[in-house]
Ligand binder design. Sequence first.
Ligand code: DPP
Ligand code: ZN
Length: 844
Amino acid sequence: PQTIHLSDYRPFAYTVDSVHLTFRLAPKATRVISKIAFSPNAAFPGEFFLHGQDVKLIWAKIDGVDVTPDVTDAGLTCAVPDAPFVWEAEVEISPATNTALEGLYTSNGMYCTQCEAEGFRKITFYPDRPDVMSVFTVRIEGDLPVLLSNGNPVNSGDGWAEWHDPWPKPAYLFALVAGDLAAHPGSFTTMSGKDVALNIYVRPGADEGKCAFGMEALKRSMKWDEDVYGREYDLDIFNIVAVDDFNMGAMENKGLNVFNSSCVLASPETSTDANFERIEAIIAHEYFHNWTGNRITCRDWFQLCLKEGLTVFRDQQYTGDQGSHAVKRIEDAITMRSRQFREDNGPLAHPVRPESFIEINNFYTITVYEKGAEVIGMLKRLVGDEAYYKACDLYFERHDGDAATIEDWLQVFEDTTGRDLTRFKRWYAQAGTPRLTISDDYADGTYTLHFTQTTPATPGQDEKAPQVIPIAVGLLSQNGEEVQPTVVLEMTETYQSFRFDGLTEKPIPSILRDFSAPVILQREQTNAERAFLMAHDTDPFNKWDAGRALARDVLTKMITKDAAPDIAYLDGVAAILRDDSLDPAFRALAISLPSEDDMAQALHDDAVTPDPLAIHRACEALKVAMAQHVQDILPRIMADMIVSGPYSPDAKSAGKRSLGRAALMLLTRIDGGAAAAKTYAEADNMTMQLAGLSALLMIGKGDAQSEAFRDQWRNDRLVMDKWFGLAVAMAPPEKAAMVAQALTQEPDFDMKNPNRFRAVFGALAGNAAGFHDPSGDAYRLLGTWLIKLDAINPQTTARMTTAFETWRRYGVTRQTQMREVLENIAATSGLSRDTAEMVGRMLG
Ligand code: DPP
Ligand code: ZN
């Protein structure tokens, strides 16, 4: 397969002046008739090549005259006039057999599309690249009640509808939906007084009752983007459609967002607090793409972070504004450290802006999205809020309607602030997580912090240059007062020192406040100092992080030295739990432990070969010790936090429930499951129902509740995904593979549905001790199913191979077992390009 390089970019040799598409829908033989006006691009003459994949050409004409193009697997070429011309073609495609879920496919009898990144070429022949933008007019013919496409509705009749999108767009933002759908309507009046009709389309029936929250979230997002970024919506209508079979979370198609139903449908009875928060964030994310992605799109797929990093950053700001910025920051840092640092530390490490790829679908990664957002956050911290929004205004003004690049984005910051961002730009080009080594000294009232940065080698990048790192620092006195409020130190060199004068005693530093950069701190620190910061730090992120560091150290000693749980940590936990002045959501996070996978990474970083079973046992033992140490507080916390009354998903209520659930999980380790059984029995919302069930399964009880849960929710696909996942996630390590295997034999296990497949196998990969069980059974089971899935859905398969990305961390036996599975996948005949690339990089 061909590797594509950023450095090879060339504009397309033609411009597309307009696009007319007619769809005659039929499950296995949909006809697509295209009429496209092209003009030669005088500045970049070249071949007339249209992408096309799995499309059968029926006929083609140029300016009304039949032509016979040269058709290959990848597309077609044709002799064309040296002047503007009209291309017409009719093709046939088969949505009903399209199990890859890219292009036009069917899901439960409805037609829908997914064109990002390169799915439009499976619909018709077209220059399927983001820098080719045009105005689309679409006619849909089909015997279905709802027929939708992008833009505004123009006209419709019995069995047909026409849509026109006035905003030029690349083909990846095209969408079509057709089916028997029910609309949940709403409306929004924009800042300039324009009325916009809003709809969430779902399957008729139970899903109709799960749209209200999403609709309100959409309106909040529209208002927020006006208030904070000055961005107004630009069509008469905005539609969202829920689809059960979907590879990703959602898609920002112009005026017609298509959502994985798990990312939009919500009700208190069927969705957890975490679901509500995620749904709100994704609705906001896709809506925000209307400006950062659609009005300004990407020149090529290497620039993916231009829209994704920025849009994730915007949705993070939005979520913080809806609840607590401190809590959101901690949640995002947890994600970065556990998933992005893991990627950065392994064979799949790549820069925020990669320089080559074989299959672009493999680069919709935590690095491009979340590290991409961190880079925007660092930029904002360095230039300040005012300059940040000024630069954004200039970006929207200067690049509206463009297919832009990272260079364009950085240029508006250079132009508005006068800063030189050459060095800062390394964040886009260098993979790997920088390590920051810290030492300090104090003499005569002057405290000095010394920093050294290094970034380990990553595939294809042996040498790293120093990066620009904003280090937010505050200083505390020995009795816990803040003697230096937060300042941002701007580190630009490999070694750098920063002085603080006029102090009366040696301070205690609080470094990397608010997780001001995605780096790893390497610093000798006593547990006494950590406990001090856990108790006194005024920065909520660092207060939380001090507890995390302490927990990591305690666990490390339990794992490697068979130490007993450290009483200082247990006292710290008790103090946090007792401190009613702290936000409950924060308290819940502050007493949570690093994940078992985080611990494996931490040990590996310390040159210790991790044993997942030993890690699991230590985590369990520490939780039991915590529960015993704070047992007198737990019932009161539960009583205060889990209050009855109507359910509300707002951040404050959810935060209380999260602390209540944390208390329940601890209590369950010492009360034999009594509190959990009661919680399950009395729950009137999914958050608490699932909390009760998880707690019971955790201690090997709850079979009866699990059966009852299944009976109750048998007809709800999204709740059943939770049931499938929970059984595997909570299985004891030695049984996890067996449980997963048994679930694949259930009649309602459907591997064609990505949500169901992910429920079982995502949970298996996430059950660290179970996945790494010494038998190797879990590795082999996942390998076997990935090979099966690859034949029908390459994109989801490739994504899920990342379960193996850490294989080199472990001991010889596990390494050999995992490598064999990867080699087996690699040797499969007919393996997709997607999966072949991923497995190749992991073995490489
Ligand atoms: N562009 C999409 C998103 O991130 C991809 N699923 O919103
Ligand atoms: Zn996105």
